[in-house]
Design a protein around this ligand. Structure first.
Ligand code: SAM
Length: 215
């Protein structure tokens, strides 16, 4: 069984991710290594390596593998980096990042979702990933600055507090737009300025909080 999952993971990386243009070898290696089937509900494990998001309960989702890869590549993670994720969900994106960087902090709004993510992360031995329950639109200022910030829920605009928490040279990746369709944007900090580029259209569940959407 584990061998089948490992084979499915290799095919996922080659056909869904590398074939669509993701070329960062650290990202590809991490996604070959992290057992995605341990981040989805048990009755959906058979579908864990499909080319789509999956439900994880509480009306939340684990993102499509390709989108996880694209967002991780946009973040340009380096081994010494400290990363902040907003929207822990299943913990999968954080685990992928945890394979590449020194330390990941991840904030989740729903306590039961965060608790399941912690169990998932423990099951795969992701000891450098830390989950915090709270409103991630405020960031996590007590651990700032971060070399990268990744928002994995749809924001009406980038939450203002996050800009202050990115280190110089750091990246901030977020889906920004309406509740149903967003543009994936990547900001890079250059001193007091940010250079922005757009990747294209994505669809995430809403970011709910002080600097996000109302419930
Ligand atoms: N990164 C996740 C993964 O790898 O499974 C997928 C994230 S899921 C698409 C979006 C998550 O963002 C949900 O779990 C949701 O509860 C969470 N969320 C929404 N608003 C939030 C907020 N203000 N702070 C923290 N988490 C939030």
């Amino acid at each position: 069984m584990e061998q089948d999952f490992a084979q499915a993971r290799r095919l996922m990386v080659e056909h869904q991710i590398r074939a669509r243009g993701v070329s960062n070898e650290r990202v590809l290696a991490a996604m070959r290594e992290v057992p995605r089937h341990l981040f989805v509900p048990e009755d959906l494990r058979y579908a864990a390596y499909g080319d789509h998001p999956l439900p994880i309960g509480e009306e939340q989702t684990i993102s499509q593998p390709y989108i996880v890869a694209v967002m991780t590549e946009l973040l340009s993670p380096e081994p010494g980096d400290r990363i902040l994720e907003i929207g822990t969900g299943s913990g999968y994106q954080a685990a992928v990042l945890g394979r590449i960087v020194r330390e990941v902090w991840s904030v989740e709004r729903i306590a039961s979702v965060a608790a399941q993510a912690e169990r998932n992360l423990e099951a795969v031995g992701a000891a450098n990933v830390h989950v915090v329950v709270g409103d991630g639109t405020l960031g996590l200022p007590e651990r700032a600055p971060y070399d990268g910030i990744i928002v994995t829920a749809a924001a009406p605009s980038v939450p203002e507090p996050l800009f202050d928490q990115v280190a110089d040279g750091g990246r901030l990746v977020a889906p920004v737009g309406s509740r149903h369709l967003q543009d994936l944007v990547c900001y890079t900090r250059r001193g007091g300025d940010f250079v922005v580029r757009s990747w294209g259209g994505v669809a995430f569940v809403p970011l709910i909080g002080t600097y996000g959407w109302e419930v």
